[in-house]
Each structure stands twice: as structure tokens, then as C-alpha cells.
Design a protein around this ligand. Structure first.
Ligand code: PLP
Length: 375
């Protein structure tokens, strides 16, 4: 069974195999594992030891995003969040429920956020301290230009929090070249192709030391995770970690290196997405985004406008053929969403395209033209 969803992704059998051993996380044999994974993650982010710190937090991506907002935006502080899609909405909700003030910025969800629009919003409101940007908006499939938005943030003297959850490991990130970035957050189970259960933040040390006491939560305090590392060593967790997930992550990072790192991973995902885009067109289906804004991570495709269309029936039939895709709409009109990330290749995408063709025939769907009625 292949998971063609934007996380958790299809993993290699060797990665799953690495979970089969028990570990005592405080044991001296386990500590080097965590410490070395932190170093490797820091390097992938372009971080410099001493200037940046790699911090792991038990749990999923939302947990790391909440921790980032709580740690760096002071209580009652104001964060501008371009409304790029449902992941931006999620960051906004996490911030609001943490007592931060969200300044919404309405933007088109089908194209990258304009740096000029962000610059204008910051100029109009000097009380905004932070911008929260979703690098790869997983609801739409659009990639937002973290470098260009970062430049606008830096020019305005503000700070950037980057949700890189569905981007990190595939899209380029060099936190050293972006001093306005307090933190980038991501997880083990998307483009790094590990198992779910652990999230990461790569953060600036000067920002962390300036953020002591902000979080209002012991669990979600990145400054406390940093202080703990200084106190107890880089191989030590504050609370029980998913030790097996960490062991599997180490194996996933080995495969990441063997493949050729971020550039090679981006090349494979780009080939996956291109194969899928061309394949959908060849079947008479229509991807939701224009080719020039379609990112390499996830793709929405218009549902066929045939009365026999049912997303759940389509998803169930694909599952029988060995492919799992999302079973909910991420667009205002009916569509289906396919992930291009994980341990999958263009050959897998070709097999998926054939399966879609057969399933549409089997479900009696004759009209494949794009449905644009509200879902
Ligand atoms: C997957 C994802 C998250 C976090 O999702 P979790 O289910 O909490 O791991 C956050 N942001 C983006 C852009 C994502 O794709």
C-alpha cells in the first residue's frame, strides 16, 4: 500500500525496521543518537552551532508550531499571518488560543504571497512583531517564497516564524542566510521520510535566550528545551521521547544523505509531481493549479463533473488498487488531493495514474471535465 498523502508519508521498510528495538532514553547508549540527529537536522537547515539550536519536541507539527508561536511572540504580542490556506488558519488558531493577537492578511490562495503586500501590512502596523508564514501550503500545493518574504520582514525590522512542515528536507532552507528568522519548524514524517511522532524546531540562540518566560507553558517552551540542553546535554530530552521514532529517523536521515540530500529529494519530488500533472491531463482530468504555481509537494485535481462522482467511493476503489489518497476536499469545489512526497518514485506515479483511469471506468464516470461547483 502506498500513501500518496502529504504526511505521514510512505516510508522505506528499513526505516520501519529500525523501530523494532526498545530504548531507555536516558541511557548513555541512547544519548549520542539524539545528539547526532540534532546535529544532522541543524546542518540540513543551514544552521551554525552556537548561533542556531536544533530542538526536538514530542508530537506532531502542530505542537512545534504552537511552541514556536508561544516562545517567540510575547504574550499579547501581534503576529501577521498571510491566509494562504488551512495551515495558515491552523497557525492563527494556535496563536489566538495562546493569547497572541493575530493580524490576518487576506491573500489569494492560488498564487505565492507577494512580498510587497507583506511589506505594506507591516508598514501600516508598527505594533506587529512577527510574521508567520507557511512555506509549503499543504491545502493548496502552492510554495511561498520564504526568502523574498523574509527580506520584506527583515527590511521592516520584524521577525519571521516559518512553518516548514511540508517543505523541510525538499525545499531549500538556509537559516544562516535569513537572520530575521527566529525559527523554522518541521517534523520527522514528511519530506524527511521518517515515522510520525516527533517534531523539530531550528531556532536562533539569541532569540531563544531573549524569549525566556514567554511561553506560558512548560510543555511548549522552546527556550526551556534549549536551557535543558545546556544543563543536561544535547542527548537529553526533558520528558519521555518516542525513542523508536528517533531511531527510525536516524535511518531515514541515512537514506536522505545517500540519495544526495535536499537537492536530490527536491528533484525526485519534482519528477513525481510533473509525472502526476501530465498524467492527470492525459486522462482528461484537470489539476487545480496552473503549472507555474503548482509546487512539488501536493496536488489538488478537479473532480470530474459526472453525477456518478463520489470522493469516498473513488478513495475506496483506489485503496483496493493499493493507493491511499486524502478523503476530504481542500478546495471550495470538489477535487481530490494527491501527495507527491515520501518514498515514492515517478514509476509509482505512473502506476497510480493507470489506477485512476481504471477506477473512473469502474465507477461509471464518463464526463471527466472539471467540476467547478461549490462542494
Ligand atoms: C502536516 C503539516 C503541519 C502539521 O501537521 P501535524 O498533523 O500536526 O503533524 C503543519 N503545517 C503544514 C504546512 C503541514 O503540511
Amino acid at each position: 500500500m502506498l500513501l500518496l498523502i502529504p504526511g505521514p508519508v510512505t516510508t522505506r521498510p528499513e526505516v520501519r525496521q529500525a523501530m523494532t528495538q526498545d530504548h531507555a532514553p536516558w541511557d548513555n547508549a541512547f544519548r549520542p543518537l539524539y545528539a547526532s540527529v540534532r546535529e544532522r537536522v541543524l546542518a540540513i537547515a543551514g544552521g551554525v552551532p552556537g548561533t542556531h539550536a536544533s530542538l526536538a519536541l514530542q508530537g506532531c507539527g502542530h505542537f512545534a508550531t504552537e511552541a514556536a508561536v508561544r516562545t517567540f511572540v510575547p504574550p499579547g504580542g501581534r503576529i501577521l499571518i498571510p491566509a494562504t490556506g488551512s495551515y495558515a488558519d491552523r497557525m492563527a488558531r494556535l496563536a489566538r488560543e495562546a493569547g497572541r493577537v493575530v493580524v490576518p492578511l487576506t491573500v489569494a490562495q492560488t498564487e505565492p504571497v507577494s512580498p510587497a503586500v507583506v511589506a505594506a501590512a507591516l508598514a501600516a502596523d508598527p505594533t506587529i512583531s512577527h510574521v508567520g508564514l507557511v512555506y509549503s501550503e499543504t491545502s493548496s500545493g502552492v510554495i511561498h517564497d520564504a526568502i523574498a518574504i523574509g527580506e520584506a520582514v527583515r527590511a521592516a525590522g520584524r521577525r519571521l516564524i516559518l512553518d516548514a512542515v511540508s517543505a523541510f528536507g525538499a525545499l531549500p532552507l538556509d537559516i544562516s542566510a535569513q537572520p530575521e528568522m527566529d525559527v523554522a519548524v518541521f517534523t520527522t514524517n514528511k519530506c524527511l521520510e521518517g515515522l510520525p511522532g516527533l517534531s523539530f524546531a531550528v531556532a536562533r540562540v539569541d532569540s531563544l535566550t531573549g524569549a525566556v518566560g514567554n511561553a506560558g507553558s512548560w510543555s511548549f517552551d522552546l527556550a526551556d528545551i534549549y536551557a535543558h540542553a545546556l544543563r543536561s546535554g544535547w542527548g537529553s530530552f526533558r520528558f519521555t521521547p518516542p525513542a523508536q521514532v528517533l531511531a527510525a529517523f536516524q535511518t531515514a536521515l541515512d537514506f536522505f544523505d545517500v540519495e544526495g540530500g535536499q537537492a536530490a529529494r527536491l528533484a525526485r519530488y519534482t519528477a513525481n509531481a510533473r509525472t502526476l500533472y501530465d498524467g492527470m491531463l492525459s486522462l482528461g482530468l484537470e489539476p487545480c493549479l496552473a503549472r507555474d504555481v503548482q509546487g512539488p509537494i501536493v496536488m489538488n485535481v478537479h473532480a470530474p463533473s459526472d453525477p456518478a462522482w463520489s470522493l469516498q467511493a473513488f478513495v475506496d476503489a483506489l485503496k483496493e488498487a493499493g493507493f491511499v489518497i486524502s478523503n476530504f476536499y481542500n478546495t471550495e469545489y470538489p477535487s481530490f488531493r494527491v501527495g507527491c512526497i515520501g518514498a515514492v518514485t515517478p514509476g509509482d506515479m505512473q502506476r497510480f495514474i493507470s489506477a485512476v483511469d481504471q477506477v473512473l471506468v469502474r465507477l461509471g464516470i464518463k464526463n471527466r471535465s472539471a467540476s467547478r461547483q461549490a462542494a
